[in-house]
Design a protein around this ligand. Structure first.
Ligand SMILES: [Zn+2]
Length: 268
């Protein structure tokens, strides 16, 4: 099972074959935004209009089966805060209208969770047995803080999920080919995860390259999640296809990782 590309008209999304809940990782393709935000941007930034963001979410909702009124978003601040949400938390498609957090979980049927990335690591979780879902944004600080594991554990704590039932998908991020750091980042990872993280840290002169997908997968395994599908895409290798913060110097749109909670009997 792996992450595959799906094209619906001009819309291009990535999905995990092993996750049966409606979900996707977005790309730059298939939206209505223009200029440096062309074309699928789902965050209010630069001179983006509310109309464009709403229309882009409508396009994604048509593909996945949700309405804008079903959305819960994050206002991300590189924390490890996981927020359990219900229908009462649905406030539409503008992230500034939401409280701060970097991950969401729910078991309310019909609620659609969204996190934003543009080099950071997006992670989606689904328990097909009880229907609970989760979505996390893992920057390197969130990765070191274990936000992937904390999101899975929140599903266990809040909804009674068995960790072994949870299926995880790790989406496009800045790959180990491009994520170059000083020694502060590997030190943080070794402090957080111990020697088991060493194979995912590549020294290069005085710098280091880190595989954040594998480190988040390690965190998920430690939380008991064994089904993990991992994208092979690097946002910096493919800046025409994905928003990359480092390539654009911040003049960029945002990708979304979206997952819709379905009832146990839900048809996807
Ligand atoms: Zn790369």
């Amino acid at each position: 099972m792996s992450i595959i590309t799906q094209k619906i008209g001009t819309l291009e999304i990535l999905t995990a074959e092993g996750i049966s809940a409606a979900h996707c990782f977005t790309t730059r393709f298939g939206g209505v935004s223009t200029g440096p935000l062309e074309s699928m941007n789902i965050a209010i930034k630069l001179d983006e209009t509310e109309e464009n963001v709403a229309e882009n979410f409508r396009i994604l909702g048509k593909a996945l089966g949700f309405e804008i009124s079903d959305l819960v978003l994050t206002r991300q601040t590189h924390t490890d805060w996981v927020r359990p949400v219900t229908r009462e938390d649905c406030r539409g498609c503008f992230h500034r209208d939401y409280p701060e957090c970097d991950a969401l979980v729910t078991n309310t049927p019909g609620v659609a969770l969204t996190v934003f990335t543009a080099d950071c690591t997006p992670i989606l979780l689904h328990d097909p047995v009880n229907g609970a879902v989760g979505a996390a944004h893992a920057g390197w600080r969130g990765t070191a803080a274990g936000i992937a594991a904390k999101t899975a554990r929140a599903m266990v704590r809040e909804y009674g999920c068995e960790p072994g039932n949870i299926r995880a998908a790790i989406g496009p991020n800045i790959g180990y080919c491009h994520f170059e750091t000083d020694d502060d980042v590997p030190k943080a990872m070794l402090a957080a995860f111990g020697e088991e993280v060493r194979p995912f840290i590549y020294p290069s002169g005085e710098k280091f390259f880190l595989d954040l997908k594998e480190i988040n997968a390690l965190a998920l395994r430690r939380a008991g999640v064994t089904h993990i599908e991992c994208s092979t895409d690097c946002t910096m290798c493919q800046p025409h296809r994905f928003w990359s913060h480092r390539v654009t110097g911040g003049i960029r749109g945002s990708q979304g990782a979206i997952i819709v909670c379905n009832s146990k009997e839900g048809s996807v």
